[in-house]
Write a protein that binds this ligand. Structure first.
Ligand code: HEM
Length: 224
């Protein structure tokens, strides 16, 4: 079977979704670990942000890679969903949910909302086009960006904290099902299905605590 035939097959599309999912999860883990430096102090978070900016063309290569990965992930997801709808145009008379849960049933919705969040987030923290409290001009001066001040002032604003917190819950719901599912797709099961099912929720729990801790700690004044 040629590579293009394989990628157009049901298992090929699922594999593409799984592999791109791994890269996106790795990005989310790395991004969270970088952002958690907000707890260590402004000099750490700002030095990390400056290092990223100093990557120059490599930063653009990473951005392009991430964008392509997201596009392929969404394209493969759309194909998988369309295939399952066309395979069963008439709904089962009695639908019984076997081994499925809320996160699994809402993958399409959570995925779409995460996409909306990422666009909003880049327009907010990277380009400054969305600036609900007018913090961007004050924190981005000729000398460079004070990312720490931008993050802290942003999460002192209740609506922003709510938007980010809800988005982190959605993201973790998506990863909770997605990570367990990709382990199955790639045939990495080394234990019972019960244990595979736990991989996603454990990873999602870790990401939820880390990502939620930032806006909530700032909003409740634990970070000055
Ligand atoms: C509370 C959680 C988060 C915080 C505090 C946060 C913080 C930040 C900050 C400060 C930047 C700008 C960095 C700079 O300009 O130097 C940024 C950029 C970005 N973030 Fe987040 N982020 C969070 C969650 C997420 C999540 C969950 C995703 C993806 C699902 C994400 C995706 C991105 C992307 C794609 C960029 C643009 C990177 C670039 O092109 O420079 N972020 N984030």
């Amino acid at each position: 079977m040629s590579l293009s035939t394989y990628l157009k097959s049901s298992i090929g599309e699922k594999t593409l979704m799984a592999v791109t999912g791994i890269f996106l999860i790795l990005f989310v883990i790395g991004h969270m670990l970088g952002n958690l430096q907000v707890f260590v102090g402004p000099e750490y978070l700002n030095a990390y942000a400056a290092q990223l900016q100093n990557l120059g063309p490599l930063l653009w290569a990473i951005r392009l890679f991430l964008l392509t990965t997201m596009v392929i992930h969404i394209w493969a997801a759309a194909k998988v969903v369309r295939r399952s709808v066309t395979a069963r145009p008439v709904k089962y008379a009695m639908q019984k949910d076997v081994a499925t849960n809320f996160a699994a049933k809402t993958m399409l919705v959570s995925g779409g909302l995460i996409l909306v969040f990422v666009v909003y987030h880049v327009l907010h923290f990277t380009s400054g086009n969305i600036d609900p409290i007018g913090a961007f001009a004050d924190t981005h001066t000729e000398e460079g960006a004070d990312v720490y001040a931008m993050v802290v002032t942003s999460f002192q604003h209740l609506p922003t904290t709510i938007i980010y917190s809800l988005s982190m819950i959605l993201l973790c719901m998506h990863i909770s099902h997605g990570a367990s599912s990709l382990v199955q797709t790639l045939g990495w099961r080394r234990c019972s299905s019960n244990c595979t099912d736990k991989i996603g929720p454990v990873l999602a729990g870790f990401l939820l605590v880390g990502n939620l801790s930032i806006p909530l700690s700032i909003y409740f004044g634990l970070i000055p």
